[in-house]
Design a protein around this ligand. Structure first.
Ligand code: SAH
Ligand code: MG
Length: 219
């Protein structure tokens, strides 16, 4: 948890919750220790869907399909979601959940490593939700930038590495050092890329919002 626990509980006390299907799926996922986006992050995504109204959405990291189903439920009428997952077991569960929810037509599930799949995809995509292996984000970025049109939105989850990101690299365990370095590099790219305007939010496990534009920073 990055933000103060009491504050997060207070903020979440205003959460109206999701549809019964999603509430149930979230419980199943948490019980099975499958990752799902945090409560606060769900609220942010619902807000972004309402504000940005993306008709074409791409997700990297499906898990069992909770966030894809959340976006299909709260996205604009007629929106389409393409989501990428590489783990066989989770792919099967996601496909089953999309069918159970009656959303197979609206969600395309792509099986394989996002690094290969992204290369083959064609844009434009109005909104991209990045929620896969943290150490890989920086490697996905060139294709992500190619897929985003002017005004396209990139949302990246888990960018603050449970708070570790702000620590010196010597303070993080050896195992996490590579991720630490790569995530710092990713944050630097997002905030300094000439075509991106990015803000970093301490929501959930850390989220960045980036919009692609032809930007000229004031002198
Ligand atoms: N978005 C989901 C949670 C995703 S958890 C939700 O909120 O419901 C991250 C998922 O990304 C895991 O299931 C993992 O298998 C997958 N993943 C990690 N690296 C990947 C890669 N390179 N290509 C495809 N999937 C990947
Ligand atoms: Mg995540």
């Amino acid at each position: 948890m990055i933000a103060d626990e009491r504050m997060v509980a207070f903020i979440n006390s205003f959460d109206k919750g999701n549809t019964p299907f999603l509430e149930n799926l979230e419980k199943e996922a948490l019980a099975a220790r499958v990752p799902v986006i945090r409560r606060e992050t769900q609220g942010l995504i619902r807000f972004l869907l309402a504000a940005h109204r993306p008709m074409k959405i791409l997700e990297v990291g499906t898990a069992i399909g909770f966030s894809a189903l959340l976006m299909s439920e709260y996205g604009p009428e007629g929106c389409h979601i393409t989501t990428i997952e590489k783990c066989e077991k989770r792919l099967a569960q996601a496909a089953e959940n999309f069918a159970r929810a009656g959303r197979q037509q609206q969600i395309t599930l792509l099986a394989g490593d996002a690094l290969d799949i992204l290369r083959e995809l064609e844009g434009p995509v109005d909104m991209i939700f990045m929620d896969a292996a943290k150490g890989q984000y920086i490697r996905f970025l060139p294709d992500i930038l190619r897929l985003l049109p002017e005004g396209g939105l990139l949302v990246s989850d888990n960018v603050l590495q449970g708070g570790d990101i702000a620590e010196s690299r010597y303070a993080v365990t050896r195992r996490n050092r590579t991720i630490h370095a790569r995530m710092r590099e990713y944050l630097y790219e997002l905030t300094h890329h000439p075509r991106l305007r990015t803000c970093i939010l301490p929501v959930g496990d850390g989220v960045t919002l980036s919009v692609k534009n032809c930007l000229v920073d004031p002198e």
